[in-house]
Design a protein around this ligand. Structure first.
Ligand code: FAD
Length: 535
């Protein structure tokens, strides 16, 4: 097939905020008053008119890049360099908001094809320029911050022109996508053929296909459709020493699966230029509903029971008591006022079913029977529909809270079921102790396996005069609690620069040396995302 490209492109995000400015809404007065009851409110406007450090690359280096991708696609303009500075974690946003542009790339280069990526990498290797692949720019663990020590500068390799559907094999149910396609663009292209991918992280509207693969992302429908890495059947990767093509068959016994080496490699081993994924028919039926559990532990046990009996729906997520209360603002709404009075607010579980109508009905009947037997109370469609319609809005709320001086950030981990409660308590305690009075820690489970689950924490605390200085030690304390608990330092946000100091504890010194050895083999000059991932 000829390459198909999306007709509608996502708008650019502003450097200091999330998403489409047209969708941003400040805190409504009522909510601002409510927030003011818990946190000191202080207007904390972002600095927007800040000078970007002068580019370090020489004119002839910029000319060399122009000769490869064309004059229009090599940009040294301050506004664009600012837009390509770091990602969208709260520390990234706080640094941008305070005018710290110390990590700005020197140049933004926009290749249009795999061959142009190969040529840019060869040139960057020759010129010793650091290359930071840039997909959607939604990284939250410092994956877009390269350390240029010993190199001549930093090049942001913006993959936004590589936005095509290259091939569709309806017989095998596979599609080959270019890396720069954002989530909605990829789904729109597949929908024209009656197909879908089914990867819906909260960052769906902006994150890219290449980014999903490079970070081993996991979406909100992971229970039904799997993590992104489980959807990938093939990859094409450009490295400074040549190309790697992987995925000649759905499965093989050709030694270790090298796809796994490049999935999650965060731009440190190469640039992913094509991703072949398995696709599925668009679901005819979608049903979302709520369930109430009297405690987080009861709800988690129910999730485990479903996962261990092969009964998972498409979406399953459970909020702890704090998150349930905050999300609903009125906890008595869960299961009726009487019940809330007698038993506390309880915990909200969202359950969603997608697929052919008969399959949805059968799965729903079986899951309903199991959840009822386990002690859950069905709350009907309303909480499920409310979640489905607001599922991508939370990042806008973070900006509004940062605007009034409230520090808000998230972090995540994963562990086996037997360690779930201990991990939950230790991370909560670490965050609360580090941030002090007035800290709120919320948690949910939204990715489950027969053997364990991820825990996703949201933290809100007074920002004070320097919210970044308050957050960094708290994040370190949470990471140390995770390591001490024997849990994963990340389940789906990736390692980046933020989790890199903890990676050796996770994979051991020999594991770290294996990563370094691969890096030496595919990137001998060390130009690919230096400082990211590799311990
Ligand atoms: C509000 C918010 C919500 C989020 N929700 C989720 C969630 O639900 N689930 C989840 O998994 N993650 C989530 N994330 C994290 C982030 O969206 C994911 O890590 C995502 O996969 C990053 O994709 P991206 O295209 O934005 O990548 P980028 O931010 O552009 O890059 C991420 C890393 O991958 C590298 N990279 C990017 N493209 C390529 C490529 N083609 N080849 C090689 N390396 C590349 C970059 O250099 C960088 O190191 C969230 C982030 C935010 C800000």
């Amino acid at each position: 097939m000829t390459t198909e490209r999306p007709s509608v492109l996502q708008p650019e995000m502003p450097p200091t905020r999330w998403g489409d400015p047209a969708h941003a809404a400040g805190l409504p007065d009522g909510v601002r008053d409510l927030v003011g009851l818990v946190f000191p409110i202080q207007d904390a406007p972002a600095l927007t008119d800040v000078a970007v450090p002068a580019p370090r690359l020489a004119d002839d280096q910029v000319s060399g890049l122009r000769a490869i991708v064309g004059d229009d696609h090599v940009v040294t303009d301050d506004a664009v360099r600012r837009q390509r500075t770091r990602g969208k974690s709260t520390p990234d946003l706080l640094r941008q908001r305070s005018g710290d542009l110390g990590d700005a790339p020197d140049v933004v280069v926009r290749p249009a094809s795999h061959d142009e990526v190969v040529a840019v990498l060869a040139y960057a290797q020759e010129q010793r320029i650091a290359v930071v692949p840039f997909g959607g720019g939604t990284a939250v663990t410092g994956g877009l911050v390269a350390d240029p020590a010993g190199l001549t500068g930093v090049l942001s390799l913006d993959l936004g022109r590589m936005r095509g559907l290259l091939a569709l094999d309806p017989v095998s149910s596979t599609a080959t996508l270019e890396p720069g396609l954002r989530g909605p663009e990829a789904e729109a292209l597949l929908a024209e053929h009656g197909m879908m991918l089914g990867h819906f992280p909260q960052s769906f509207e902006y994150a890219s296909i290449g980014g999903f693969a490079a970070t081993r992302s996991s979406g909100q429908s992971s229970a039904g459709y799997g993590r992104f890495d489980a959807m990938v059947v093939g990859l094409r990767v450009a490295t400074p020493v040549g190309e790697v093509r992987l995925g000649s068959a759905p499965a093989n016994a050709c030694g270790p699966d090298l796809r796994e080496l490049f999935l999650g490699s965060e731009g440190a081993f190469g640039v992913i230029t094509e991703v072949t994924v398995r696709v599925r028919p668009l679901p005819e039926a979608k049903e979302y509903e709520g369930w109430r559990w009297s405690s987080f532990a009861d709800g988690a046990d129910a999730m485990r029971a479903l996962a261990q009996s092969d009964l998972l729906p498409t979406v399953i997520r459970l909020s702890d008591e704090n998150e349930t209360a905050i999300n609903l603002a009125d906890p008595s709404g869960i299961g009726g006022e009487d019940r809330a009075d007698k038993e506390g607010p309880g915990c909200l579980m969202i359950v969603g079913y997608e697929g052919a109508p008969a399959a949805v009905a059968a799965k729903r009947a079986a899951v309903t029977e199991a959840l009822t037997a386990l002690g859950g109370t069905a709350l009907g469609a309303e909480p499920g529909e409310a979640w489905a319609s607001g599922r991508f809005h939370a990042p806008y709320l973070r900006d509004s809270l940062l605007d009034v001086g409230v520090l808000v950030e998230t972090l995540e981990t994963a562990t086996f079921w037997s360690n779930r409660d201990s991990l939950y308590q230790r991370v909560k305690a670490a965050l609360t102790e580090a941030l002090g009075d007035g800290t709120m820690v919320l948690c949910h489970i939204s990715h489950v396996y027969p053997t364990g689950c991820s825990l996703y924490f949201t933290v809100a605390a007074p920002g004070g005069d320097d919210p970044l200085a308050r957050w960094l030690p708290a994040k370190a304390a949470a990471c140390e609690a995770i390591v001490a608990s024997g849990a994963a330092i990340t389940h789906h946000h990736a390692v980046g620069t933020d989790h890199r100091p903890y990676l050796t504890a996770e994979i051991g010194e020999v594991g770290a040396e294996v990563l370094r050895a691969v890096k030496r083999a595919v990137d001998p000059a060390g130009i690919l995302n230096p400082g990211v991932l590799i311990p």
